[in-house]
Design a protein around this ligand. Structure first.
Ligand code: HEM
Length: 479
């Protein structure tokens, strides 16, 4: 054997032994602390049906910033502090950016083709590259006209029929997102594209409900053919898959046809089709990511603006101060115009109201760890589902004194800068929300236009008494 070969063989054996020793040491390290699990079900029985955030708070108070549980055999880690989320989900993002896999939702129905459920792979990277070319940084500024039109239509509609506030808000969010993604004008009622997207979104919600489908616990069942007795889930999966593809293809094909007629408006899809036809793979990347912008973004924007309405009715003095600030800019020096996004820097109080609203963040969307890791002396196994507990981070009293109080002024004191909650609410690392700039500017502009044109007050009951709204949050994946 040549000297070189001996050298190479010994180096390989030594490396192998080192890796083995390293793995053995890791396996001896404890998991992060958490409530003791039961055999088989783990901590499943301790998860409440609602208000999960209260249980997570209790666990945080007992076990500390990192809480490790096991849910039906799946390891789950809750990150309660911002610094841990930054370190794991951002800095170590190359291994903390996968998503949970659901046999029914992601594999059978194929929701893994949408951005939010895609595994962390080449397909996901291709999606994020395309999205970033249209949506990141200040690139959405060219769509301010779409945002302004949608906000004005909303104000007009809600002044005429205030009871339809929530459906109108949702339509406004849809109009902005579909306008920018496809150059599409949403119809005033019964819009076919919105209807299809909403149907698919509702089916997604059902498909990812833990415990709804046995195939999620017995993955081999996915090979049972559709005609087999008790294989109803296969029929459901096929139907939902068709709906998902229909919702994805229809608006995409409409843009292609409009481009062929020379009538397409600027949009995300048109941006990426203008250089000629795409390969089948690239078309998938574009059309599935386009549809997911609506399904991921409409609910969240609606919820934040609903919270704005609640805050304005609950705190009339905050509304007055915000209105005075908006008026001082748009009616200055004989002007009388609507607010624009460019006015933002001159409206620090309205900005602070927005930040304080964003502090009511929900639990984040789960990431999945794709190889084992060691952190702060704890062993975190491969496939651990990792949640940034954004809700807890935004209520941290060390960062935000009296966190339960709605106090926009907390963001105005230059000597005591408090953390921008958008750094938490839009998630982390390579999965950070790709619609964050669009969401942020849409919310700001809508708030400013509302403050410039309306006064928001509680409704009256039949005896003329004010109905005081109550804040009730459904703290799920969204809020
Ligand atoms: C205030 C409004 C919004 C909030 C608070 C919000 C928050 C989030 C959060 C927390 C995530 C998960 C990040 C992570 O996994 O760490 C996310 C992902 C996502 N958001 Fe948003 N979002 C908002 C609006 C929007 C809008 C308007 C759009 C589209 C126009 C959008 C599109 C998406 C998509 C596609 C993903 C999946 C990203 C991926 O998995 O790579 N979001 N968002």
């Amino acid at each position: 054997m040549s000297e070189q070969l001996v050298y190479f063989t010994s180096a390989t054996v030594a490396t192998y032994l080192l890796i083995k020793i390293f793995q053995t040491l890791h396996n001896r390290l404890p998991h992060p602390p958490g409530p003791p699990p039961l055999p088989l079900i783990g901590n499943f029985h301790q998860l409440p049906k609602s208000d999960l955030y209260l249980k997570l708070k209790e666990w945080k108070d007992t076990y500390g910033p990192l809480v490790f549980v096991s849910i039906l055999g799946s390891p789950v880690l809750y990150l309660n502090e911002y610094e841990d989320a930054r370190e794991l989900l951002d800095t170590r993002g190359s291994i903390y950016s996968d998503r949970p896999r659901f046999e029914m939702a992601t594999e059978l129905v194929q929701f893994n083709r949408s951005t939010v459920m895609s595994p962390f792979n080449r397909y996901h990277r291709a999606i994020r590259k395309l999205l970033s070319a249209t949506f990141s940084g200040r690139r959405t500024e060219r769509f301010e006209g779409v945002q302004e039109r949608a906000a004005l239509t909303f104000v007009n509609d809600v002044l005429q029929e205030p009871k339809k506030l929530v459906p109108f808000l949702r339509r406004m969010a849809g109009e902005v997102i579909l306008g920018i993604t496809y150059g599409y004008d949403v119809r005033a009622s019964n819009d076919p594209i919105v209807a299809m997207a909403e149907r698919s979104n509702a089916e997604f919600g059902q498909a990812v409900t833990v415990g709804a489908f046995l195939v999620d616990f017995i993955p081999i069942m996915k090979y049972i053919p559709e005609w087999f007795p008790f294989a109803g889930f296969q029929k459901t999966a096929a139907l939902w898959r068709d709906h998902f593809h229909e919702a994805t293809n229809l608006p995409y094909e409409a843009v292609k046809e409009a481009m062929a007629r020379g009538e397409a408006r600027p949009s995300y899809v048109a941006d990426h089709l203008q250089d000629g036809p795409l390969s089948v793979e690239d078309e998938d990347v574009l059309k599935f990511s386009a549809m997911n912008m609506y399904t991921a973004g409409a609910d969240t924007v609606t919820t934040v603006l609903k919270t704005f309405f609640y805050i304005m009715t609950a705190h009339p003095q905050i509304q007055k101060r915000a209105q005075a600030e908006v008026d001082s800019i748009i009616r200055a020096e004989g002007e009388d115009r609507l607010p624009r996004i460019a006015d933002r820097e001159k409206m620090p109080f309205v900005e602070a109201v927005l930040l304080e609203i964003m502090r009511w963040a929900p639990l984040g969307i789960p990431h999945r760890l794709s190889s084992p890791d060691v952190y702060k002396g704890y062993y975190i196994p491969k496939n651990t589902i990792v949640y940034a507990n954004q809700c807890e981070m935004c209520q941290n009293p060390e960062q935000y004194p009296d966190p339960q109080e709605f106090r926009p002024e907390r963001f105005l004191d230059p000597k005591n800068r408090q953390q921008d909650p958008r750094q938490i609410a839009f998630g982390f690392g390579r999965r950070i929300c790709p619609g964050k700039e669009l969401a942020d500017s849409t919310i700001f502009l809508t708030m400013a236009i509302l403050l410039a044109t309306c006064t928001i007050e509680p409704g009256l009951d039949t005896s003329g008494q004010e109905i005081q709204p109550v804040a009730e949050f459904n703290w799920g994946l969204v809020w």
